[in-house]
Every structure is written in C-alpha cells, then in structure tokens.
Write a protein that binds this ligand. Structure first.
Ligand SMILES: O=P(O)(O)O[C@H]1O[C@H](CO)[C@@H](O)[C@H]1O
Ligand SMILES: O=c1cc[nH]c(=O)[nH]1
Length: 234
C-alpha cells in the first residue's frame, strides 16, 4: 500500500487510465471492465482493476490539478510498476474550431505551474506524449470518424484565473485547449521511462461559451474511453 493508494502490490495493472474525476473512474470501470474490483477508496480517490477484452486494465482517479495528479502518478510509477498511463480528461476549447464533445489529443503540454521551473532550475523542459500512443490513438479516431484535434494543450494551476486575457495569447499561438494535469503527467512519465498520453473531451468552449453539465462530464465520454481502451490493448 502506498500512502495515497490503498492497493496491495500486484492489484494494479501496468496499464492505467487516469480521469481527474473519481466518479468517472467508477463509470469507466463499471461500464467497460469485466470483474472490476475497487482497490482503493483512500480519500475517495477511487481506483479499479478489471479486464477489457482479456487485457488487465486499471482506472485511477487523480483529482484536479498537477499537484494532485503528481501524487497518484508518482505512486503508480514508483510503487506499482505502471508503464502505460493515459489521462482521460475534460478540457476547455481555446479555439472556436475545437468544439464541445471533440477530443483533444495532447502532443505536448505547456503550463503556468512552477513545478518544472523548480525541477529543472531554469531549463525549459517540454513535456511530450509518447509517439506510439499518439499515433495509435489518432489512427483509431480517424478510422472511427470521431472528431479530434492533435496539438498542444495548456495545463493551468488556476481554473478561475485572475488574468483571463492570457488565454487569448494561448489562442493566438494555436494552443488547442486548457485543462489542469497533462504537463505533470508527461514530465513524470519521462522521469520514470514510462509511456503517457493525455486525451481530453472538450467539455466547454471558452470562445463560444458552450458547456456540458457536471453529469455529462462524469458519464458521457464514451468515444474517448473506447478509443483509449482500443489503443492500449492493441
Ligand atoms: O475532468 P477532469 O479529468 O478532472 O479534467 C478537467 O476538469 C477539472 C476542472 O473542472 C480539471 O481536473 C481539468 O483538468
Ligand atoms: O481545466 C479546465 C477543464 C475544462 N474546462 C476548462 O475551461 N478548464
């Protein structure tokens, strides 16, 4: 058992899906996994392991923001031997063309967080997805004709930002969407030599104001999850 994950060694698969919302983790486990077992309820940050078409898969909630995700991802990598990690999140579209329910496949994650400034002492690290996972995901999204965008995402520390005008700069530079975890996920995967990908369904568009409800953010991201399961079990 690690400090924040109440699982015994061997209870978690080397392939882990990572929604921010623990109730989305439960929805994924009960909807898609056979014989799903809840291995952790510590702080209600639910984690499950089951099988998908014969492959052992875990789903672990990470909470909101990079500090929270970093705790769970560090423990998955350092103590449970995770090798393939895919964030299945929600995000806000920063371009008008990145519409609600589209999927954003994050090739890279920039951030306003100081986590990597402290880690790299002034060097500018570029948190980047695993190419084989990006390719596998995008091939499947294209084949299934699921609307998607591939590019850079912005991981913010502040959902309610004091300087919303900075978002316009990101839009100007073609950053596709905003969320709160990808940069830390890609950084930790690099540190531990693991594969990571972050895919995010657009839950709201910051240009048009269109938005999904909380319940839709918890339970309606089937395309994103099905493409993820197909990619990691290929
Ligand atoms: O829906 P999840 O996966 O939590 O992702 C997004 O939603 C939360 C903010 O509402 C942040 O965690 C952000 O990254
Ligand atoms: O962090 C997030 C997630 C979804 N939508 C946003 O606007 N921001």
């Amino acid at each position: 058992m690690s400090i924040h994950i109440g699982a015994a060694p061997g209870q978690i698969s080397d392939t882990v899906l990572l929604p921010g919302d623990p109730l989305r983790a439960e929805w994924i486990a009960t909807t898609y996994l056979e014989d799903a077992v809840c291995y952790s309820k510590v702080r209600n940050m639910l984690g499950f392991t089951g099988t998908y078409r014969g492959h052992r898969i875990s789903v672990q909630g990470t909470g909101m923001g990079q500090p929270s995700l970093a705790i769970y991802v560090h423990e998955l990598l350092a103590e449970y031997g995770a090798q393939t990690l895919v964030r299945v999140g929600s995000c806000g579209g920063l371009l008008e063309t990145v519409k609600v329910r589209d999927i954003v496949v994050a090739m890279s994650g920039c951030t306003d967080s100081s986590l990597n400034e402290l880690r790299f002492e002034g060097f500018d690290f570029a948190p980047t997805a695993d190419f084989s996972l990006v390719r596998g995901y995008v091939e499947r999204a294209e084949a299934a004709a699921v609307p998607h965008h591939v590019g850079q995402i912005f991981s913010t520390d502040a959902f309610y930002h004091d300087r919303p005008e900075l978002r316009e700069r990101l839009t100007q530079y073609g950053v596709l969407a905003i969320e709160m975890e990808t940069s830390a996920l890609y950084t930790l995967a690099a540190k531990f030599g693991a594969r990571a990908l972050s895919v995010n369904t657009v839950s709201d568009n910051l240009v048009t104001g269109e938005a999904l409800s909380s319940e839709e953010r918890e339970r309606s991201f089937a395309d994103m999850v099905e493409l993820t399961l197909a990619t990691v079990t290929a």
